[in-house]
Ligand binder design. Sequence first.
Ligand SMILES: [Zn+2]
Length: 338
Amino acid sequence: MKGTVLYGPRDVRFEDWPEPQIEKPTDAIIRIAATCVCGSDLWPYRGIQKIAQPTPMGHEYCGIVEAIGSAVSTVKPGQFVIGSFCISDNTCPNCQAGYQSGCQNLEFMSRAQAPILRVPHADGTLVATPGMPPDDLLPSLLTISDVLGTGWFAADAANVKPGSTTVVVGDGAVGLLGVLSAKQMGAERIVAMSRHKQRQQFAEEFGATEIVTERGDKGVARIKELTGGIGADSVLECVGTEESMMQAIRSARPGGSIGYVGVPHGAALDVQNLFFALVRLHGGPAPVRRYLPNLIKLVWDRKINPGKVFDLVLPIEQVAEGYRAMDERRAIKALLRP
Ligand SMILES: [Zn+2]
């Protein structure tokens, strides 16, 4: 079979690799129904994050269980499953506390941009859907694996509550689904910070009530202006640069909360500024496993339609074009079908 390998900056190849097999009793093998390119895949793709050797890619996935190891008990062959991009046992103290992305046996999924995938710790990582999904639900179900789960965590970590005023920094797929998540959690005002016309429209479809196009000092000034000089209750940081992080912190009111989920690259914080900002910071890799049952139910019952973020669908053989389109911002997010 073939899978996706990154060789270096802007060099993605779909090439032969051995078909995965059960290696441990806790493994499952799944046949991928849909996978995709993640915004975080663009860091190594652009050469900002260096890779030491050719690297198999892909960590967002859903599909049908083909085989299970002897110790797997919660999923069985023939079931449709979704898993987190974090592999977790879901039994250790950190998992039990709801932080499966801090599991004592944590691994990060890779090799999911391929037709067949081995999932370690299947019981702790995968959740089955109530039945076989109709084709039109696949994009939304796929988002749960990372991009929706991460946007949801950003909103949860930012303490979004009914009536909250929420600001979302970042108009990538995670930011857009952060808007959707904040709306589901009852935010009254949701300000999306975006300069991109089409993404502003998506943000409004997902529930944004206001758009701010300014960035940096001007962006912060605009948020203050919109909130009577105070700042937002909740800010979702969905980029990962120092500029976006500072924009998020300065957009929050004293006592406000920032949920930060953009993978930091070269971001440093001035602790003295942070001290006087009087804000709560919570973030990191999203514990998607915690949210899987609830998010599957919301999608299954068609209460939310996060799959709209996929504005490009390609056969998986054309994965390189998916990376190119996202790199050049021609696409928000590329779905790949084996
Ligand atoms: Zn664990």
